[in-house]
Design a protein around this ligand. Structure first.
Ligand code: CA
Length: 348
């Protein structure tokens, strides 16, 4: 009831705001911040992550952006995989049993693109038991999919943009640039060249480039002179995902100010923007979120899953109401783009 009233008040006010005209910076800001659905690894709640069918499904479900996690092949081709390892989404252990490293893991960067293309991709499974991570999702046994390259994903989205007349964006993440550098590959250079080649080299290109590595994000903006939109992902220091990046600092007001000089938005964990619900059932916003909104950064938290809700959310709609209505967040990474698109459609 309260949420419905909030929306009703908005729509009573909306024509007044429109009449206020383009001179209003508040209105201009509001219009620039259409709330967006970012398909996390594609429609990964329904089809195995980072497969072309999962991306096409996300597109058809009304996603505004489709995410690509990017790692490099041995022969320097950016490919779309969440992990630098292959062993929990593919049959690499069956097809190349001798190609693991001393730690027992199979690394994408040890395989050429031709070799990667021989692998079959399935729903994600656990390394120890082999059980699929999300039991209710696409059956792991139906491993009928292939690893796409970044360029193939770009062609899919751009092709669909032509055939449907829509303008869906891409949202590549540069995975573990320090690891790639240690392996002799400049993943950022490869991804940025690809972005520029396909028309995503400026803010007019409908894309965001994201990374957890703050040093690398600054390098992409500085040394590599990338002019497109950038998003700094936020983690926690004890996750050990980006050596040298101090998330405790980035989450502070000074940290947000530093990021605002370089990036267009931030990608925090949901827990880093909403602490929980108040006794009235409204979202409690973190200081990081408030600081980012004050500096007009886009805020795109990860990851909203219908089958793994935040612990404070009794159901998916409560989570969506907290994120969009209460906290005024302008986009979310989700495995279920259809459900978020449906919710946003009710607000418009
Ligand atoms: Ca990602």
């Amino acid at each position: 009831m309260f949420r419905a009233m909030t929306r009703a008040v908005f729509w009573v006010m909306a024509p007044v705001m429109m009449i206020a005209g383009a001179a209003s910076p508040v209105l201009a800001q509001g219009m620039a911040e259409k709330r967006v659905v970012i398909a996390h690894r594609g429609a990964s709640g329904y089809l195995p992550e980072h497969t072309l069918p999962a991306k096409a499904m996300a597109y058809a479900m009304g996603a505004d952006y489709i995410e690509q996690d990017v790692v490099m092949s041995a022969d320097g081709v950016p490919v779309v995989l969440h992990d630098i390892h292959l062993d929990t989404t593919t049959d690499v252990a069956q097809k190349f049993p001798d190609r693991h490293r001393a730690d027992g893991r199979y690394y994408a960067i040890d395989f050429t693109l031709d070799e990667l293309k021989t692998l079959n991709v399935s729903e994600r499974f656990k390394a120890d038991s082999g059980d699929q991570v999300y039991a209710g999702r696409f059956p792991k046994e139906y491993g009928i999919f292939k690893i796409p390259t970044l360029e193939e994903e770009i062609m899919l989205v751009r092709g669909l943009n032509k055939s449907t007349g829509r303008d869906v964006g891409i949202y590549p993440e540069i995975k573990d640039p320090a690891f790639h550098r240690a392996e002799g590959q400049d993943i950022s250079m490869a991804v940025i060249k690809m972005m520029e080649h396909w028309g995503y080299g400026s803010r007019e290109g409908n894309a965001y480039v994201q990374s957890f590595d703050w040093t690398e994000i600054q390098r992409i903006r500085g040394e590599l002179n990338y002019q497109g939109r950038l998003v700094q992902l936020l983690g926690e220091n004890d996750w050990n995902i980006a050596p040298g990046t101090d998330y405790d600092f980035l989450k502070t007001d000074d940290g947000v100010a530093a990021m605002a000089k370089v990036v267009d938005g931030i990608g925090p964990a949901l827990s880093q923007v909403i602490e929980g619900l108040s006794t009235e059932g409204r979202a409690i916003m973190t200081p990081t979120l408030i600081a980012a909104q004050r500096r007009q950064l886009a805020v795109h938290p990860y990851t909203l899953r219908a089958d793994q809700l935040p612990k404070w959310a009794g159901d998916f709609n409560i989570a969506l109401g907290a994120i969009f209505d209460d906290a005024g967040i302008n986009g979310v990474f989700t495995d279920f783009p259809d459900q978020v698109a449906d919710y946003l459609a009710t607000l418009q």
